[in-house]
Design a protein around this ligand. Sequence first.
Ligand code: PLP
Ligand code: KYN
Length: 413
Amino acid sequence: MQINRDNAEERDSCDPLGEFRDEFVLRPGLIYLDGNSLGPMHVSVRERMQACIEDEWANDLIASWNTAGWYDMPLRLGARIAPLIGADANDVVVTDSTSINLFKVLAAAIRLNPGRKVIVSERSNFPTDLYMVEGLSAFAGKGHELRLIDRPEDVAQAIDDSVAVVMLTHVNYRTGRVHDMADITRMAHEAGALVVWDLAHSTGALPVDLAGADADFAVGCTYKYLNGGPGAPAFVYVAPRLQTVAEQPLSGWFGHSRPFAFDPSFEPAKTIHRFLTGTPPVLSMTALEPALAIWDRVDIAAIRAKSVELCEYFIALVEQECAGFGLELASPRDSARRGSQVSFRHENAYAVMQALISRDVVGDFRAPDIMRFGFAPLYIGFVDVFDAVATLSDILQSNAWRDDRFQVRSAVT
Ligand SMILES: Cc1ncc(COP(=O)(O)O)c(C=O)c1O
Ligand SMILES: Nc1ccccc1C(=O)C[C@H](N)C(=O)O
């Protein structure tokens, strides 16, 4: 591959996804490689939020639960996410946060597998996933324990007949390494375990086939590649065969079979609704809905194809332009094993990333030594990749990152 800016411009000019970039609010000059943490705003969100606030809330008030479709939002938004994760429309709801949804599905899973006490996961999983298991195990008080693997390829040997649940994040948040969902799910089922998949870094980044893999439960967030906005509500998937038997403990009235019957005792809905708890955050969901609508016009296979090209281009350029500066690829080199991000280790990763951000190339830092770059094909092009690497190379060559202001750590990295 010839690596120059003309070549990048040419690739952008024949990019079938190029037209979507203008649908996102991104100020000129900004190269935003952090959509794997917080996606940008879709252009229609301002107007839609304005209408929701003025017409639906201020004017129509309580009637809007029926007339503006507020009540149906969890299922309506879930139905929009379903095709991206290989699920049917009725098997996904948007609700709560990923952490809370993990609690619900893990609790349901351990109840379905009462004789077993082990929950298998990865030490390098996103910490909230592990913390939720710790909290749930302590609360359940039945002696559940986490069995953590240190290398992703060790999942198989950790699964035996003591395992109640295998809980994994499909795409690792630091390295971008992808687990084989179908294979692991099959192994877990053969051993009598249930599987929970965290799709935080997968949804909208690469095709996922939950039903094809026969997955039991999945959760994921909507503020990364789905561009739902800061704190946008998460989603939960439950296999249809489990929806009448899986019981989750956060049994709020929105999970009741007839919430407006106001029965004094809880009777779970016989549908995915039983994974709802309380009143949906209508304003957040209103911002999420137009961001999800874009996926009606986008082929996830095209997203994946471009994502692979962007990541490969980035790796090739960094290795060519920044050789000798102590960068080490932390992501799998094989695209088939990598999500839509590329991570490099560097001794001074934090300062180098701060220097990049100061020059409008925004990625992020994950302790202790990772610089993480997310490539969201809806709004990132090949020229962006070229310019980002040129900036990185300049920062390394000039030692610009040594400036005192780049050493100060903020609360959110
Ligand atoms: C794999 C994974 N799970 C969960 C979360 C977050 O969960 P929550 O939205 O509950 O903070 C993140 C990122 O924040 C994540 O990367
Ligand atoms: N929710 C956030 C709030 C503040 C800062 C970052 C996040 C992230 O989502 C981090 C992301 N999950 C990660 O993979 O690091």
